[in-house]
Design a protein around this ligand. Structure first.
Ligand SMILES: Nc1ncnc2c1ncn2[C@@H]1O[C@H](COP(=O)(O)OP(=O)(O)OP(=O)(O)O)[C@@H](O)[C@H]1O
Ligand SMILES: O=P(O)(O)OC[C@H]1O[C@](O)(CO)[C@@H](O)[C@@H]1O
Ligand SMILES: [Mg+2]
Length: 475
């Protein structure tokens, strides 16, 4: 094992450019830990599974499209149950916390951690931390049993509550240490995973036998490396309802325009996928693709053309789109939430006003514009079937990893296979729609909207952007 010198990175090199970006293990800083036989092998539900335990050397490749002589590239440790575990069932004292914004599927992940620990590993001591990171030191805990969580996946939100801000590393680790907790399951977005990384570092510094497992959550799908985040499918499906309503309203009046604002602070995946799925959208605006309103090739010109052709149109706009235009025309507030995230101004309302003003001034075309803002409705619902199954796999992967003594990792599918990924790989940057990829081209071709890009801008973007996840549609 080659140590990269960076305390976050545990690298191993193999043949033909193979690199394993491994995750920490409790034995890295606590030698001679005893191991136990995995109780799963005596579990009637799992006993029939052929080769149930994953091979210790199994890794998952980040690069799936390869060339004959190209380097094999980065790999991650494959998730799944190991033959040997580092915790006895009755020794485990686990806790679960949810942080950041809501997302469909949070309750399913909570449920599956509690039930998975109980049914697969015979673990019955699981605590819920109330209200995000600050709950570790400022609130009472909730005792979680399979019976208590039985129905929660049918509800939106998180039964544990959530919050932004309030991450006090030493108080959190004091609380973990004082309570005797030895497995910490942390569900949240990029900020939460950064918080989990510093909790892991402090636990390691104190030499505690505590496994820290992150489960990535973001409705915006802005966490890199993993194929997609849970709740995203559900959000896209629910967004269809708003788009349908906007379409019905728009086509019922002469020169009707429906504007729908969807979530997506820095990345427009929800808007892009909802647009592609719906086929009723005439124009999709996302943070990654700058646009302009006036003049040749601008939005107003396109709206006029589309209304002349079709008599109505639907515009989908991600909340983070056009923020540069907004701050130019409105007085920038530069406010932040408790976690330090920039608070965005309402681009949907702003663009609706600008479109109305423009056509009122032009005085040639009477338009009727309806603005629909379903953002929180999309976020507050329970997960759909596909997200529910996905959440189960995430929870199980996290449990198997913690039981096997891995720590300081986050879980998620990489090219369809679940893997253990070092925290820094999911926090170092944000996943974004790549506007020089085929998926965005598909969208432009389906809506036939302007790209708002000059050839100079396209060339610059091509140089800058690297293809990202499966959701960028690398086919
Ligand atoms: N760099 C950091 N170090 C430690 N803790 C952090 C860091 N960034 C954020 N946190 C903590 O993580 C929690 C969640 O962060 P944040 O509110 O940014 O949401 P998130 O996890 O990114 O989810 P969302 O997808 O909703 O934005 C907060 O309690 C915040 O204090
Ligand atoms: O209003 P809240 O709860 O801070 O959350 C809003 C933000 O959360 C997100 O959904 C990310 O979870 C963003 O898209 C959005 O800007
Ligand atoms: Mg975030």
């Amino acid at each position: 094992m080659v140590d990269s010198g960076d305390s976050q990175m545990k690298l191993a090199n193999g043949d033909s450019g193979y690199v394993l970006e491994d995750v920490p293990h409790l034995t890295d800083y606590i030698p001679d830990l005893p191991t136990y036989t995995n109780p799963l092998q005596d579990n009637p539900s799992y006993s029939a599974v052929k080769q149930y335990f994953v091979n210790m050397d199994d890794t998952v490749s980040q690069k799936i499209v390869v060339h004959k002589n190209g380097p094999r590239g980065t790999h991650f440790r494959r998730a799944g149950p190991r033959q040997k575990v580092y915790f006895k069932s009755d020794e485990v004292y686990a806790c679960i916390v949810t942080c950041g914004g809501l997302c469909p599927g949070l309750n399913t992940v909570i449920r599956e951690i509690v039930c998975g620990l109980y049914h697969m590993y015979g673990v019955s001591k699981v605590l819920g931390i109330d209200g995000g990171y600050r709950g570790f030191y400022s609130k009472n805990t909730i005792s979680m049993t399979p019976k208590f969580v039985n129905d929660i996946h049918k509800r939106g939100g998180t039964i544990l509550g959530t919050s932004r801000g309030g991450h006090d590393t030493s108080k959190i680790v004091d609380s973990i240490q004082d309570r005797g907790i030895n497995q910490v399951y942390i569900i949240g977005g990029d900020g939460t995973q950064k918080g989990a990384a510093v909790i892991y570092e402090e636990i390691q510094r104190r030499g505690l036998k505590v496994a820290v497992a992150g489960i990535p959550k973001t409705i915006d799908n802005d966490i890199p490396v993993i194929d997609k985040s849970f709740g995203f499918d559900t959000a896209v499906e629910e967004a269809q309802r708003a788009i349908n309503a906007a379409h019905v309203e728009a086509e019922s009046t002469e020169n009707g325009i429906g504007v729908v604002k969807l979530m997506g602070r820095y990345s427009g995946f929800i808007a892009m996928y909802a647009t592609l799925a719906s086929r009723d959208v005439d124009c999709c605006l996302i943070p990654e693709s700058p646009f302009y309103l006036e003049g040749k090739g601008g939005l107003f010109e396109f709206i006029k053309k589309r209304l002349k052709e079709n008599g109505h149109m639907v515009i989908v706009i991600a909340e983070g789109a056009g923020q540069d235009l907004l701050s130019k025309s409105l007085q920038s507030m530069d406010q932040q939430d408790a976690s330090g995230n920039k608070l965005l101004q309402d681009v949907g309302l702003w663009i609706s006003h600008r479109i109305k003003d423009h056509f009122a001034k032009e005085n040639k075309m009477n338009i009727t514009l309806k603005y629909i803002d379903p953002t929180y409705m999309i976020r507050a619902i329970p997960a759909n079937a596909s997200d529910n199954v996905y959440c189960t796999l995430l929870a199980h992967s996290a449990i198997h990893g913690a039981m096997a003594g891995y720590t300081g990792f986050t879980v998620g599918p990489v090219n369809g296979r679940h893997a253990y990924i070092p925290f820094n790989r999911v926090t170092e940057k944000q996943n974004k729609v790549v506007i020089t990829d085929r998926m965005w081209a598909r969208l432009l071709s389906s809506t036939d909207q302007p790209s708002f890009m000059s050839p100079k801008v396209v060339n610059k973007a091509k140089k800058r952007e690297e293809p990202a996840t499966l959701l960028n549609g690398n086919i």
